[in-house]
Design a protein around this ligand. Structure first.
Ligand SMILES: Cc1cc2nc3c(=O)[nH]c(=O)nc-3n(C[C@H](O)[C@H](O)[C@H](O)COP(=O)(O)O)c2cc1C
Length: 280
């Protein structure tokens, strides 16, 4: 039987994220075992930027709960993820996991292509900021085959299902999980399906999900986009992800080549300023 991992981004027990994940699971037609994890139950420290996980033993040197979290993700056949908007963006526990993404690179081949669906919950209609983008970013950085994502509104725990339309949303996501991805509507990035863009001047735009650049064209049925490809695509294909890992691993040689010049730059800043810490 398939194992579906429900990833709950909210610390709130039986909050909207948790019941949304459980409702989506109820709506998945395929028989499955639902395993759940609440990200805030795991101690995930900030990435130290040391790159040790890409070399030597290919694991993070920090002693925290990243490995059990990785194990659950690696062992799952599919992911259902939901997380709340906090202050116009995804809440921090979700981003903390994404920030440890380098430690996932040794596992690219096992991660690639697990089906996923995601939900962002916001309490105030229209005030989700970039919360949904944060959910998509989490699922794409884990190299899942992201079938669909939705934004729903509800503030009080349980409130999402006072609105019956959100039950239908859960049903659609449940059906999508192990099926071909439903067509995504609205103006979107033709590369990755993202719907959030930065305007760079003139008709130039950059997709905020895959970070590729191109042009926006007005049209009678809404704008359309032509978006190019870059040398650093992280999740568009397995080949891209593996290529990015190779580039990251090359960072060590680049560091060694430039070590003296880099040291000269940084040393000049060593003694400046007075540090404040928690014991000050
Ligand atoms: C610290 C905090 C910040 C929040 N910021 C926003 C916000 O910027 N926009 C919004 O629409 N809702 C905001 N909310 C509301 C939550 O997104 C909403 O209550 C959601 O249902 C929480 O999901 P949960 O029940 O799974 O915890 C915030 C809630 C908290 C606790």
């Amino acid at each position: 039987m398939k194992t579906v991992l429900g990833v709950i981004g909210s610390p709130r027990r039986l909050g909207n994220s948790e019941i949304m994940v459980k409702e989506i699971s109820r709506q998945v037609p395929e028989e499955h075992r639902l395993c759940l994890l609440r990200l805030s139950d795991f101690t995930i420290r900030p990435c130290r930027g040391c790159y040790a996980c890409l070399f030597n033993e290919e694991r993070c040197i920090q002693k925290d709960d990243l490995e059990p979290l990785q194990k659950a993700i690696l062992e799952a056949d599919a992911l259902i993820m939901a997380a709340p908007t906090y202050f116009l963006g995804i809440n921090a526990v979700v981003k903390q996991v994404v920030d440890r993404g380098l430690a996932f690179y040794p596992h690219i081949e096992r991660l690639w292509g697990k089906p996923s669906v995601g939900v962002c919950i916001a309490g105030i209609p229209g005030k989700e900021g970039h919360g949904l983008l944060g959910v998509e970013n989490f699922l794409r950085m884990l190299l899942t085959d992201n079938k669909a994502n939705q934004l729903v509104y509800g503030a009080l725990p349980g409130e999402v299902f006072l609105n019956e339309a959100n039950l239908s949303t859960a049903a659609e996501l449940g059906k999508a999980l192990f099926s071909p991805a439903p067509e995504r509507t609205g103006p979107r990035c033709p590369r990755c399906g993202g719907d959030t863009f930065r305007f760079l001047g003139g008709s130039r735009v950059r997709c905020m999900l895959c970070s590729n650049e191109g042009q926006i064209r007005p049209g009678s049925g809404g704008p359309s986009f032509s978006i190019g490809k870059s040398e650093h695509d992280m999740f568009l294909s397995l080949e891209d992800a593996v290529g990015h890992r190779a580039w990251l691993r090359g960072m060590k040689d680049r560091f060694l080549e430039n070590k003296a010049a880099l040291k000269e730059i940084t040393t000049g800043y060593r003694k400046q300023g007075e540090w404040i810490n928690s014991k000050s």
